[in-house]
Design a binder for this molecule. Structure first.
Ligand SMILES: C[S@@+](CC[C@H](N)C(=O)[O-])C[C@H]1O[C@@H](n2cnc3c(N)ncnc32)[C@H](O)[C@@H]1O
Length: 302
């Protein structure tokens, strides 16, 4: 990630949720706060960035007020929407299951690499303490938007700035008010794409050694076909596109590597969704969206 700015991919994910909530007839994940949290200016900027094929200079020089919705619709549907929407739908299912198993208990919800995730601002369960971890640059933008919107900052929301590649998650967990014994739900969405396998292993190992109570972890990852995908495939194009905005995706991990990683870090696999499973579960009713050929979802427990 560029060191001086907030994550553009987080804004693109937020744009996609706002766009989907506004226009999709069959909603895979409805995020009613996405548009406001992203903000109209940034919504229009991202729309233009998409329209201009992610060329930041051309998008900046576009003097039209609105982006060309007809032009960007196929790009949003084919490239940008499938991953962020379906992984949140998956996480929501897992959270509902987690909640049903822990009714009337104090709980913790941790969002690792939160970006403009809106769970913390829409959650009305006061028994859940919410902790968002993200790069300080990304937080700056989110906090600014919360202030501009005059949103009441929930008392149970805590922000923990971190650079996963440079800082120790373990040390930050220990310094925070997070309790190792309280049942905890963690989402780690859209981040593994930017981390080396060792950083991912270290993250899981840290979670596993810190938490002593029940834990559910949900994450998505790109598989090893990422690097062998044809140059004209959307997998390669998406990787190119995120590089263009300064966020470089890794080559991906095999399912076997992920299985070993879970085993080594004492996680039990709850569910693994392959691209085919994702298509079957989330895109059966929505024919314009199709699961990415290289993206998998994992739910694991301690
Ligand atoms: C693609 S966005 C996903 C955001 C959100 N989880 C979602 O699904 O909309 C990736 C997020 O990971 C964060 N991130 C990426 N690399 C990071 C790092 N090394 N340290 C901390 N955060 C990082 C970015 O700031 C960004 O918010």
């Amino acid at each position: 990630m560029k060191t001086y700015q907030e994550s553009i991919t987080a804004k693109i994910c937020s744009f996609v949720r706002a766009y989907h909530s506004a226009y999709a007839k069959h909603k895979i994940y409805d995020d009613s706060l996405a548009y406001d949290l992203l903000g109209q200016n940034e919504y229009l900027k991202i729309g233009k960035l998409i329209e201009h094929n992610f060329n930041e200079v051309e998008a900046k020089n576009d003097s039209n007020y609105y982006f060309d919705k007809e032009k960007i619709a196929p790009v949003v549907e084919q490239f940008l929407a499938p991953i962020p929407l379906s992984r949140l739908a998956f996480a929501k299912e897992k959270y509902e299951k987690f909640l049903s198993l822990h009714q009337h208990q104090t709980l913790q919800f941790i969002v690792l690499g939160a970006g403009l995730d809106t769970f913390s601002l829409t959650n009305d369960n006061h028994q859940v303490e919410v902790y968002e971890f993200d790069h300080p640059n990304s937080f700056r933008y989110k906090l600014g938007r919360i202030e501009t919107l005059n949103l009441v900052m929930p008392k149970n929301l805590h922000f923990v700035p971190i650079d996963f590649e440079k800082q120790s998650l373990g040390a930050l967990l220990k310094e925070s008010a997070i309790k190792p014994t309280v049942p905890t739900f963690i989402t780690f969405l859209g981040v593994a794409y930017y981390l080396e396998l060792d950083t991912l292993r270290q993250t899981l190992a840290t979670l596993s050694s810190f938490f002593k109570g029940e834990l559910t972890l949900v994450f998505d990852y790109p598989d090893e076909t990422t690097k062998t995908s044809p140059t004209n495939s959307r997998v390669t194009k998406l990787a190119k596109l995120t590089s263009q905005v300064g966020e470089h995706m890794v080559d991906g991990f095999s399912y076997q590597q992920i299985q070993t990683l879970l085993l080594d870090t004492h996680f039990n696999l709850d569910e693994h969704l392959t691209p085919l499973d994702i298509d079957e579960r989330y895109f059966k009713e929505n024919l314009t969206l199709k699961a990415y050929e290289n993206v998998h979802f994992i739910s694991a427990t301690l």
